[in-house]
Ligand binder design. Structure first.
Ligand code: AMP
Ligand code: ZN
Length: 114
């Protein structure tokens, strides 16, 4: 997608602090971190939101979630805990319409979220 911010990070048209990359995924630091660890895990293929997922997307969604868990383990926050969030559309505050899984950790968090 030409105008998508995260597609531009994938294409290196804008900078990103990339911490993991493979053929199908990218993980990078959130530009406005809300916790000591705040990364975004995204598919390289442009998908707007969870609402756009199709039957064939189960593998990529699984890969995104498992990558977040692997990065949490690498960073030493798996035992203490962490939060993973997909925001979808207006009421959840989605601002970038390319699916991204937030991985937040390194501090205690409250529930319910705001
Ligand atoms: P959401 O509100 O769930 O759509 O989350 C979008 C996230 O993208 C926010 O946490 C932003 O801080 C983050 N973000 C926006 N622009 C960039 C960027 N250029 N590099 C890294 N993260 C970004
Ligand atoms: Zn995109």
């Amino acid at each position: 997608m030409a105008d998508c911010l995260f597609c531009k990070i994938i294409r290196r048209e804008i900078p990103g602090k990339i911490v993991y990359e493979d053929d199908e995924l990218l993980a990078f630091e959130d530009i406005n971190p809300q916790a000591p660890t705040h990364l975004l895990v995204i598919p390289k293929r442009h998908i707007e939101s969870l609402n756009a997922l199709e039957d064939g997307d189960d593998q990529i969604v699984g890969a995104i979630v498992r990558r977040a868990a692997a990065i949490a383990k690498e960073r030493g926050i798996s035992g203490g805990g962490y939060r993973t969030v997909f925001n979808t559309n207006r009421d959840a505050g989605q601002t970038v319409f390319h699916i991204h899984l937030h991985l937040l950790g390194g501090r205690g968090m409250t529930w319910p979220p705001g």
